[in-house]
Design a protein around this ligand. Sequence first.
Ligand SMILES: [Zn+2]
Length: 211
Amino acid sequence: MATILTLAVSGDTPPRFPTICVGCGAAPVVTSSLGLAKLVAGRRGSQRPVKLTWPVPHCAACARSTKAVFLAQLLPFALGFLAVGGAALAAGWYGAVSFGLDEIGTTNPRTPNSLVLAGAAGLAGGIAGGFVMELVARVLLLPAFGRALWAAPLLVPSIFTDADYVAGLGGRLCADGTQVTLTFAHDAVADAFAAANGHRTAEPAGPPAAT
Ligand SMILES: [Zn+2]
């Protein structure tokens, strides 16, 4: 059973992690970093970046698995993004040019309509392609990675929800950037963490608000 804790953000001060591996409870030898970043809307429409990098204690095996899982997500995503995004870009451009879109009046001659349309098609296609490739790779790699990969969230939703994941621990910034929701894979680790950070933890206020 996973334990979810909500922690108040205080500057970039990392919380105190108990000296056990967050992934498996063994003695920690290295740290992996949990990185969370988000643009938070401030007053008068201004935007303020919130960026947290927290060192998380890991044993050698869990740190290795964190890196391997990250690559197992990133490489297929990059491949799918380039292949499908490139194809969508070329198709969008060809289509727009052959439809004579550039002959229609444009406000800026340096960015022809066809290029704008092709860029949008390429980006949307690339994200969709990367997402599908990551799903395919996950199914293919599952026998090799086992639980470590299964427990990791998918990359594309993670990017859009400002979340990060290391072995045994997931983190997500809330909408206003004042709290972090931490999901511990192991209750014992979560209990030790809660005891060490009692002054900063809060009970999760119901299900997280939709963003
Ligand atoms: Zn470990």
